[in-house]
Ligand binder design. Sequence first.
Ligand SMILES: [Zn+2]
Ligand SMILES: [Zn+2]
Length: 550
Amino acid sequence: MSEEIKITFLGGLGEIGRNCAVFEQSGRMLVLDCGVMFPNPDMPGVDLVLPDFSYILQHKDQIDGIVLTHGHEDHVGALPYLLRDVDVKLYGSRFALEIARGRIEEAGISLHDRMVAVKDGQRLAIGPFDVEFIPVTHSVPCAFAIAIHTVSGVIFHSGDFKIDLSPVDNRKIDLGRIGQIAKEEGIALLLADSTNADKPGFTDSESSVGSTLGAIFASHPDKRVIVACFASHIHRIQQLANAAAKNGRKVALVGRSMVRTVSIAKEIGILNFPNDLLIDIESAGEYEPGEVCVISTGSQGEPMSVLTLLASGDNKNITLTEHDFVVFSSHVIPGNEWSVAEVMNNLARKNIEVIDSEVAHVHASGHASRGELATLLNIASPRHFIPVHGERKHLLAHAGLAAEAGVEKDNILICEDGDQILLSANGINIVNKIPAPYVYVDGTVGEMKGVLRDRRFLADNGVVAVTVTISGEKIIGDPCISSRGWLGVEEEELFLPKAISVLREVVTYALITKNADVVEIKRIVKREMSKLIYEYTKRRPVVIPMVVLE
Ligand SMILES: [Zn+2]
Ligand SMILES: [Zn+2]
């Protein structure tokens, strides 16, 4: 007997972020991950980018659950926006669930008994889906690959992973189990993380970073060391705590998310250090610089993050001086290069020494490079393969690797957001494409394509508003002109009298000779003002004409 499985990709294919897929079997649905994407520099004012949930909402009575591979924002961050409309259970590691809980409850959504904490290797029936949670190593603790056992074979989703043979918490990727599934049931379809599919070799073990961090503490005994990393990177924080303890330093945590995730991780026992190692940031000044390590968020130069504020001298608790040493224990996410460089330069202006992963081994990626991806392909030996979690170039590189590893070319599909694929006894095919637009969050959620175009134009050109008051055939007072982002104050003062007199003239003429109505007056004001501005400045700001009738 064979059964069809449909998979719909709502995000994550063609971009890094907003990972979300829907699996359908026997008329029931299972959602895998529900993440956000962080905005690109060409999305001014946007806080977050979400998958379009229309497809899920249209079928919400068919959904049996949401499975979470791990607790990164690109996998759990959009849950508050989905759960307000869909009342289903969440399945994931306790850590992933607790990370997700904060934002969901902040959004005022009650979780009552919706969270089901899953243990390593556990196999659960979720509706008709037979789902197994297989441990993998990644840059966040307790990450899972997901195997969905079906009568047509197993669908294996790697989640985000690397093959870390000496993980900090000693929780290893269960390659043995993946091999066993491949041998006993056969993996009909492998979906795997493509983030580093263009990087040769093997990703360094996370534990290799610990010794560098320890050496930095030891070689700078007179300096306070400030380390910026992701708050969810519990293994990095564990190694920092170990190195701090060994070098006689106390640890101060800064950043709301840093304090929160450390407290969750300690509470559930995946981060271990004595409580007296921690000090409040307020009391850090009472210690000699060489006695303190500050672990901070803000490794991406985010504008309001603690590190950015520290670098610009805007933090009330500590002031950075030449007695500080700053480590960016991260890699720069594409798009953030300028912000990070700005923070680094602000630090350099204060004669603060700064290092990052370009100059020292202070970071290891959480994603598998080609060597590990080839290893997974070999162990899984899937019949079909779809690269996921990556930009188009990563997906292509991963598809090429799968072909080299022996997956038949016809059995490899490169998909994009919105693609619906069908896996059946006949193989695998793209059967449909649904809309999968970016859904933007800027305070509220909405479709903002036109808005963003306007914002980019306003940012490039500025805006000029002209208000004309008319009564009958007469213009009352002077036209009122106000502008933003177009001219400097002094230039504007020189230009305005001229513009006002020209506008008065043309509007009066139009009123008397053409008996012009409001629409016509607006059109004339816009045309004349744009012309004047271009003649005077060679610029083309947005001109907004307004007419008030008295
Ligand atoms: Zn991810
Ligand atoms: Zn991840």
